[in-house]
Ligand binder design. Structure first.
Ligand code: IPE
Ligand code: MG
Length: 241
């Protein structure tokens, strides 16, 4: 298979360990991680087939972290937003966030909404940052929406099907990820895009996110291209035997 993934999900893990290994505070890993993310987004633009990147920026469970680290991450996102907003415009990138917005600091939410509004018509690449997000949260909020339609009589129980349920999920407007990249050696999903990863190819690398460069990205693409995707079917060669 030589196809390129259209939608790539990324769990950019290992910022803290990268910093700790260098006797630096964890937050310096996040700072460098944000730089890497910008590099990878720019690099992804050189693959015209890639239409979407979905990044696990901060999970529902990350709220267990010390308040100082959380505050740093939220401020970092806000300052990055201010500096990248114009560039997103120039590069035809649509930037948006998914997750539980009731947890977003007010000032950050205002800036996020402004950036989303400004870039919503862009068609080159959709970059989605999952923030205060988890796959289970997403499924639960989707069930709430569907339940409301049922309660209002706009839907009956027999209408509930996997294919129609997806329209209530946060990423309903994107194809499911073809490839998931997770850095730092961990081999788990950690509550990311649980519904959408059903048939996603999984790529794990030992590299900490702050060291993940364009060569690592290309390796992940090459890995994807070496996979044969069957989606539960059998190969055409097998069916002719
Ligand atoms: C990923 O790096 C970034 C976020 C979750 C915000 P970590 O902060 O999880 O780094 P490690 O896993 O502790 O090294
Ligand atoms: Mg981690």
């Amino acid at each position: 298979m030589t196809q390129c993934p259209k939608h790539i999900a990324i769990i950019p893990d290992g910022n803290g360990r990268w910093a700790t290994e260098r006797q630096q505070p964890r937050v310096s890993g996040h700072k460098r991680g944000a730089e890497r993310l910008k590099t990878i987004i720019s690099h992804a633009l050189s693959f015209p087939e890639i239409k979407a990147l979905t990044i696990f920026g901060f999970s529902t469970e990350n709220q267990k972290r010390p308040a100082t680290e959380i505050t740093f991450i939220m401020r970092l996102i806000r300052s990055e937003l201010a500096s990248i907003s114009d560039e997103m415009d120039k590069k035809n990138i649509r930037l948006r966030f998914v997750g539980d917005r009731s947890h977003y600091p007010k000032t950050l939410l205002t800036d996020i909404e402004a950036t989303e509004e400004k870039t919503k018509h862009h068609t080159g690449l959709t970059v989605t940052i999952a923030l205060h997000y988890s796959g289970r949260w997403d499924i639960a909020q989707a069930v709430q929406k569907e339940h409301q339609l049922l309660a209002d009589g706009h839907l009956s129980a027999s209408d509930i099907k996997p294919g129609s349920f997806t329209r209530f999920l946060s990423l309903h407007d994107l194809p499911e990820p073809d490839l998931l990249i997770r850095t730092s050696g961990e081999q788990r999903i950690s509550n990311f895009c649980l519904w959408q990863l059903a048939y996603t190819e999984l790529y794990f690398t030992e590299c900490f996110w702050p060291d993940f460069d364009t060569d690592h990205f290309d390796k992940a693409i090459a890995y994807f291209q070496s996979r044969q995707r069957r989606f539960g079917n059998i190969t055409p060669q097998e069916s002719s035997l």
